[in-house]
Design a protein around this ligand. Structure first.
Ligand SMILES: [Zn+2]
Length: 59
């Protein structure tokens, strides 16, 4: 079974580059295709955009 993930836009807090990112079940923001973090060297990201696409599934 897949772990619940959200896909969101995130921007690097250091340089402002935008990435498509996934939010893992533990809250980690991980840019898709950039598992080492931003190419500027930062690994801090801020999720941006509306939260209307958040879907929580009740167990
Ligand atoms: Zn950056």
């Amino acid at each position: 079974m897949d772990e619940e993930e959200q896909r969101r836009m995130a921007v690097c807090t250091a340089c402002g580059s935008a990435y498509a990112a996934r939010i893992t079940s533990d809250g980690t923001v991980q840019p898709i295709g950039s598992t080492d973090g931003c190419r500027c060297g930062s690994s801090e990201f801020e999720v941006v955009g509306e939260s209307t696409d958040v879907v929580r599934r009740e167990e």
